[in-house]
Design a protein around this ligand. Structure first.
Ligand SMILES: Cc1ncc(COP(=O)(O)O)c(C=O)c1O
Length: 393
């Protein structure tokens, strides 16, 4: 074949991607082995029946045509209302644009604020696609870690040290994947101050906002930030709709108008019947409370089972769909630990270092399994950690 563009070849550089343990666990499960998969961030339950019903009604109702580029009006209205609740800033439909999933909103936000050669700061540990999303824009980025011993909270002094003359944006994610940390108002205010001082965009990934423990603070609500913040939202986590691919971006109206041109040349609008079902799900909050309660209960059950385990320390783990365990006292090499745990106990978890240096010495445990399975996994972890120490001794 003729040479592919360097743009497309550069999005995912070949080599190790950090998902090796997960892939091996998945292959073994597919082959029929009894593996507990705690490495993925997708719900173990279906989309709420009311949302499915809304979609069936919509698809039978002749909603089979092109839709407005920025999203059908009813959907934008519902997204704006959700953004008002999420960010604490009254939001109009003109300040939101519908995208096929949160990932596309993330992509749009990076395309919107960074030119080729510009620089961004990415606060880590981070969601796995972040680096590739910047590569796709031809932008460079510096990873600024959040120290584990600080509960994975962002540190303004560390962010300041990474600023360059061509820095244009800071990307944060709260509640965080993978750490489950929920950034405090105080720390967010410090990061916001940097954005105002240096005229930067704040890209704020808030796809887990309904799954937080305690107060969700959006940087968009902080003084002088609404004009320089783009918020990434999604129906995947809050509404149990990962496979429906519906997300949105919230920001200043001028930027959203410009971004409509990106939809012109990419999606050319979203499926009509899915848009209508999503509008109804947002309006009626189908599943939101139930899903949030389910994850909160799972987090409590798993953390209760893990607390008191010798040499395993819980870090972050306040919200989102994940728990982060510091296992460095038992085995500093988190990848080695994850492989050995899979081999010995048939449980697949993610090595923390897959998400950046700050999460090294940790494992990320997904809560996307029913409570009895999580309890069983905790039991196996307890058995494994004690025998691992004995073997090492
Ligand atoms: C932090 C974070 N942001 C964005 C996404 C993208 O979600 P989606 O494209 O399904 O909306 C995910 C998915 O796991 C995520 O964890």
């Amino acid at each position: 074949m003729p040479r592919p563009s360097s743009r497309i070849s550069g999005i995912v550089p070949s080599g190790k991607d950090g998902w090796e343990v997960h892939s091996a666990a998945w292959a073994r499960k597919e082959a029929g082995e009894d593996i507990i998969m705690l490495s993925v961030g997708d719900h173990d339950f279906d989309t709420p029946a009311e949302t499915i019903g809304a979609c069936v009604t919509a698809v039978r109702g002749s909603n089979h045509h092109y839709t407005p580029l920025a999203g059908v009006p009813r959907l934008r209205q519902a997204m704006a209302a959700a953004s008002s609740a999420c960010t604490g800033v009254e939001t109009t439909p003109e300040q939101v644009i519908a995208t096929p999933g949160g990932q596309a909103a993330l992509y749009a936000s990076v395309q919107a604020v960074l030119d080729q050669g510009d620089h961004a700061i990415v606060v880590a540990p981070y969601y796995a696609t972040y680096p590739n999303t910047f590569s796709a824009a031809g932008a460079s980025f510096t990873v600024v870690e959040t120290p584990a011993e600080d509960g994975f909270q962002p540190r303004a002094d560390m962010i300041r040290a990474a600023l360059r003359p061509n820095t244009r944006a800071i990307l944060i994610n709260t509640p965080n994947n993978p750490t489950g940390a929920v950034y405090t108002r105080e720390r967010l205010e410090q990061v916001a101050e940097i954005c105002r001082e240096h005229d930067l965009w704040m890209l704020s990934d808030e796809v887990y906002w309904t799954l937080g423990g305690g107060e969700h603070v959006s940087p968009r609500s902080l003084p002088g930030m609404a004009e320089r913040t783009l918020v990434i939202n999604s129906m995947s986590k809050s509404h149990g709709m990962t496979g429906w691919r519906m997300g949105w971006l919230t920001g200043p109206q001028e930027m959203i108008t410009l971004l409509t041109n990106l939809n012109l040349v990419t999606t050319y609008g979203l499926p009509a019947f899915i848009s209508i079902a999503c509008a109804e799900a947002l309006e009626e909050r189908y599943g939101v409370k139930d899903i949030a309660e389910r994850y909160a209960a799972r987090r409590t059950v798993f953390l209760d089972a893990v607390r008191g385990m010798n040499d395993v320390t819980v870090r972050g783990s306040e919200g989102g769909m994940y728990v982060m365990l510091d296992i460095s006292t038992i085995e500093p090499d988190d990848e080695k630990f994850a492989w050995a745990f899979l081999d010995a106990e048939n449980v697949g978890v993610m090595p923390g270092s897959s998400f950046g240096e700050a999460a090294a010495g940790h494992i990320r445990v997904s809560l996307c399994q029913p409570e009895p399975v999580l309890q069983e996994a905790a039991l196996r972890l307890r058995r494994f950690t004690s025998s691992y120490r004995r073997e090492a001794a």
